[in-house]
Write a protein that binds this ligand. Structure first.
Ligand code: SF4
Ligand code: SF4
Length: 121
C-alpha cells in the first residue's frame, strides 16, 4: 500500500455514489464478474464490443428512463449520516479505484484523505 493510500479513510459520506454516479463506466472485468456472481446488476448495464473486450455504462436510467445522479446501489444506514454500497463485494472497477489520487479526491469533494479512521463497520 502506498503512503498516500495509507492516509485514506473513507468516512462513508456517500458523496461519490450520490452525486455524479448516475452513469458509471464499466469494463469487461465487471461485466464478466456480474454475469457469474450478480446477474441482477446487469439490468443497469449497456455495453458494446466483443466478449473479452466489452465496455459499457452502468446507469439507472437504462431501466427507468429517468435521469439519475445517484447510483442505485447506495443505501443509507438507518439513524446515522453514513452510506454503504449494496453490491460492495462486486462493485465495478471504477469504484474500487476511486479516488485515484489526493487531487482526484479534492476535485470531486471527497474528504477521505487525512480523515480519522472510522470505527465499526
Ligand atoms: S466521497 Fe470519499 S469519503 Fe465519501 S463515501 Fe466516497 S470515498 Fe468515502
Ligand atoms: S456501485 Fe457501490 S461503490 Fe459504486 S457508485 Fe454504486 S453504491 Fe457507490
Amino acid at each position: 500500500m502506498s503512503e498516500e493510500a495509507a492516509q485514506f479513510n473513507c468516512t462513508g459520506c456517500g458523496k461519490c455514489c450520490l452525486e455524479g454516479a448516475g452513469a458509471l463506466p464499466v469494463v469487461e472485468e465487471d461485466i464478466a464478474r456480474w454475469e457469474e456472481q450478480a446477474p441482477h446488476v446487469l439490468k443497469y448495464v449497456t455495453w458494446q464490443g466483443k466478449a473479452g473486450a466489452r465496455q459499457g455504462i452502468h446507469a439507472g436510467s437504462t431501466v427507468t428512463g429517468r435521469e439519475t445522479t445517484r447510483c442505485p446501489w447506495i443505501k443509507k444506514y438507518p439513524g446515522r449520516p453514513q452510506y454503504y454500497c449494496r453490491i460492495y463485494e462486486t462493485r465495478p472497477q471504477v469504484c474500487r479505484t476511486y479516488p485515484t489520487s489526493r487531487e482526484h479526491a479534492l476535485y470531486t469533494d471527497c474528504e477521505g484523505y487525512d480523515a480519522p479512521a472510522v470505527k465499526g463497520d
